[in-house]
Each structure stands twice: as structure tokens, then as C-alpha cells.
Design a protein around this ligand. Structure first.
Ligand SMILES: [Zn+2]
Length: 457
């Protein structure tokens, strides 16, 4: 037979993860396909959870575990390693950051980097199959591509991108919308009426997103909804993660009635992050500005709030933010997000930029070109590229996509200069006057685009 040499074919490393009935102990058998990697790595918190690791069978080479790195030497081809993880989940307080290993009622959220020891380097095309052996009645939710029940391919997102694997007694729910599939896990078994309500809420949010350019921005989305005991709104905390695939995690308070969930911006905001590729730290004006714009516009387009309410929310956001951190440009504020309250200048300054760009594109093209069209171009060419973009490159790409200089020109004026982005003039051109906190529609030179911005596509 004349075949390709073995080194040219992609490797599929196999992980078998046996979860015990406490959900906290994982017995992981890793078998490499071909040569073993030189090392396996996990997050720097992984040593807290690792109980033991050994070659299988012992004596086939050398293994040295050093903090979050396991160094492998002298292993034969197709070697195996076995390790045991005893997770130490958080049980106190409430989650206020990204992925973490946390007990939620009877179920468990795990930060993948706490327990998954992965090859430090993988060649292009190499992949990992993860097969879960679960106790009866337990399901698994992962951001990875599912190939069979409990079996996933992790793909090649950079290993430092965080993600969550959830385990529990949930029935996985699939919500299909144009261009995408949402794989929803509801943690700690909400009662049926609440579960149905939360499902309607996620579906409405996803459909609202589709109004931006006719398709959901990602093909597969892991959605994890967990209850949270604290906070004064339906969704006190939520975030997006990208490791292994796109995911959003929402912490919800089921005591709020359905209409309050439908009016809440969090789900649409988090999903709107998916219009963007993974961006550098410090580019918060773009990372948060776009979702802050669409949390209003997409909600109006999807019928979750009336257009007047969207205009009101945006005006209020701009008006409040303009007086915060006036010594910083929006760009600079984005690099100092931790400072008290400064995030508002970043989120709303970025949103004002998006409104300005959307309107400018419409004005220049007589209404035939929009911000949504520019994002659709990005969706088709390069949304899934596996590296961190710089905002400047993304802005340049938006200009290319539209054949204009709208995005880079506005970037210089609104993001790189000190005054808060000009939004009063935009409202005037759109024929929107705010009286006593409420928008009144009047004449304006670009008033024709006022409805188009908030209308379903
Ligand atoms: Zn956000």
C-alpha cells in the first residue's frame, strides 16, 4: 500500500472520563494517537484538584508533574496516561467571574482547565475526543462539538481560552434558530413551569439576534443557566466564554416573572458578543460597545421591547456615561475598566460609536447598507478564526467589508479623542427628542432610518 507517512495524518487523542456519583471525582484515561506529546498542561489551579497521575501501564516512560505541567519522556507510540481528579468545588458566595468549578445544588459546574490536562501543542488537524461515562440520570453539557451521546471533539481553540463543562440531572434542551443551534442546560432542575419559561426566554433572545443579519452568529452555542441566590434583577450575572466553542452562562433568579425576563437585556447582550471574534484585552470599547448597542436594537427588532424603549434606554445610557471619567478617551477608559464606574463610559461610548456607524452607513448608501451587513461580511469571512484580534484590525476589516472609511474615521474621532461620542446630534438627525425622559418622534434629516434601525430585517 502506498499511503501517507503516519506523521502526515492527523492524530485523534482519546480521553475517557468516568465520573463518580458525587460528580466530583473524575477518572481520566488518556490514550495518545501516535507519538505522545512532550507535555500536558492545565490551568494553574489544576494542582488543587489533581489526586494522582501515572503512565498506563507504569514503566513505559517517564512522567513528571510540575505545577500545571506534566512532562512526558520516553513514551512509546499510542501510550496511555491515567489520572484522577478530586474536584474541590466552590460552594460559598456567588459567582462573579468567568468559568469556575462550583457546586450548584445537586449539579456541578466545572472550569475545564481545572481538570483537563491537554497536550501543550497539537499539530494542525489534530483533535481530542472526550467520552464521558456518567452515573445514571446524569447529563453533561460542554462547549465542544458533540459527535454522539456523551462524546465530544474538543477542536482547536487555544487551550488558555476558558470554558465550562456542567454535569447534572438536567435534560439537554436544543433550540434551533436560523443559522444556529443552542444547546441549553438548566442547572439544579428548575420546576417544569420555570424551565419552560426560561426556554421561551432564551429562544426569544436568540431570535432577536437573528434579526441583525438574518442568521445566528455561531452554528453551535452552549447555554448554561444556573440559579443564583442573590441580586436585584432577573439575571444578576452572565458572561461569554470561548474555550472549546462559544458559550454563554447566565445566572438567573427564577422568582422574577416572565415579562421581566423578556425585558431584561442580559441574554441578548451576551449573545451579541458572538458577533465579534475574540479580541485583545484592553479593546473593551469594541468588545462591550457592540453588545451594548445590540442589547437595545436587537431587542426592539425582536419585539422584546418597543422601539421607543430602546431609544430611551440608549439615551439614558449615553447621557449618564458622558459625565463619567471625562479625563479619559473611551479607548483609554477601556484599558482601565476596573476603576469605579468607568465601565459605563466604555460600554456606552462604544455603543454610541456603533449607532453613529450604523446611521452613517445608512445615510451614505440611502439605506441599503447597515452595520448588520458589515457584521454579516465578517461572519462569512473570518468570525471563527482562532486568534485574538486587535480592535484596530477589526475596524479596518469593517471598512473593507463596507467599502467605506466610516469605521476608522469614527474610531479616530469618537474613541481616540476625549469628548464623549456625540450622540445628541445623532438623535437630532434621527428626529428623536427626549422630553421628560421619554422619546418623542419629530422631523429630522435622517428620520427615515429611525424605524429602519429598530425594525426587523
Ligand atoms: Zn458584555
Amino acid at each position: 500500500m502506498f499511503g501517507l507517512p503516519a506523521s502526515a495524518s492527523a492524530a485523534l487523542h482519546r480521553y475517557s472520563v468516568t465520573v463518580d456519583s458525587s460528580l466530583e471525582q473524575f477518572d481520566v484515561m488518556v490514550c495518545f494517537d501516535g507519538p505522545a506529546p512532550r507535555s500536558l498542561v492545565a490551568d494553574d489551579t489544576a494542582m488543587l484538584h489533581l489526586a494522582q497521575m501515572q503512565l498506563q501501564p507504569p514503566g513505559i516512560g517517564q512522567l513528571k508533574v510540575n505545577d500545571w505541567r506534566a512532562i512526558l519522556t520516553g513514551l512509546p507510540e499510542d501510550a496511555c496516561i491515567e489520572y484522577v481528579v478530586q474536584l474541590r468545588p466552590q460552594t460559598n458566595g456567588v459567582q462573579m467571574g468567568g468559568p469556575e468549578t462550583r457546586r450548584v445544588g445537586r449539579d456541578l459546574l466545572t472550569s475545564i482547565g481545572d481538570w483537563m490536562w491537554r497536550p501543550a501543542e497539537m499539530a494542525e488537524g489534530d483533535d481530542i475526543e472526550v467520552r464521558f461515562e456518567l452515573p445514571p440520570g446524569i447529563s453533561v453539557s460542554a462547549p465542544w462539538r458533540q459527535v454522539a451521546d456523551g462524546v465530544f471533539r474538543t477542536g482547536a481553540t487555544p487551550r488558555e481560552w476558558p470554558g465550562v463543562v456542567a454535569l447534572g440531572g438536567f435534560e439537554p434542551i436544543v433550540i434551533a434558530v436560523d443559522g444556529g443551534r443552542l444547546n441549553v442546560a438548566m442547572i439544579d432542575s428548575p420546576p417544569p413551569a420555570l424551565r419552560d419559561m426560561l426556554e421561551r426566554w432564551i429562544e426569544r433572545a436568540a431570535r432577536s439576534l437573528v434579526t441583525v443579519y438574518g442568521s445566528f452568529p455561531v452554528e453551535e452555542l452552549q447555554v448554561v443557566i444556573a440559579p443564583t441566590p442573590r441580586g436585584e434583577k432577573p439575571v444578576p450575572w452572565a458572561y461569554v466564554s470561548r474555550g472549546g466553542g462559544p458559550a454563554i452562562h447566565l445566572f438567573a433568579q427564577g422568582r422574577y416573572p416572565e415579562p421581566e425576563f423578556m425585558r431584561d437585556w442580559t441574554a441578548v447582550h451576551e449573545m451579541s458578543h458572538l458577533f465579534l471574534p475574540y479580541l485583545e484585552w484592553g479593546d473593551a470599547w469594541l468588545v462591550e460597545g457592540l453588545p451594548t448597542y445590540y442589547q437595545n436594537v436587537a431587542m426592539a427588532r425582536g419585539g422584546l421591547i418597543p422601539p421607543e424603549e430602546a431609544w430611551r434606554r440608549m439615551y439614558e445610557g449615553f447621557d449618564f456615561a458622558k459625565n463619567i471619567g471625562g479625563q479619559f478617551t473611551v479607548y483609554e477608559a477601556g484599558q482601565r475598566l476596573g476603576r469605579r464606574g468607568l465601565y459605563r463610559r466604555v460600554y456606552w461610548g462604544g455603543a454610541a460609536y456603533m449607532l453613529a456607524a450604523d446611521l452613517r452607513l445608512r445615510e451614505l448608501s440611502g439605506g441599503s447598507q447597515t452595520l448588520g451587513d458589515a457584521l454579516h461580511e465578517i461572519h462569512q469571512c473570518c468570525l471563527n478564526e482562532m486568534y485574538r484580534w486587535r480592535a484596530e484590525d477589526f475596524v479596518a476589516r469593517l471598512d473593507t467589508a463596507t467599502g467605506t472609511a466610516v469605521f476608522s474615521e469614527l474610531f479616530e474621532v469618537q474613541i481616540r479623542q476625549r469628548p464623549f461620542p456625540e450622540y445628541e446630534a445623532l438623535y437630532e438627525r434621527l428626529g428623536i427628542r427626549i422630553l421628560g425622559g421619554h422619546p418623542i418622534f419629530v422631523e429630522g434629516e435622517s428620520a427615515e432610518y429611525r424605524n429602519a434601525i429598530m425594525a426587523p430585517r
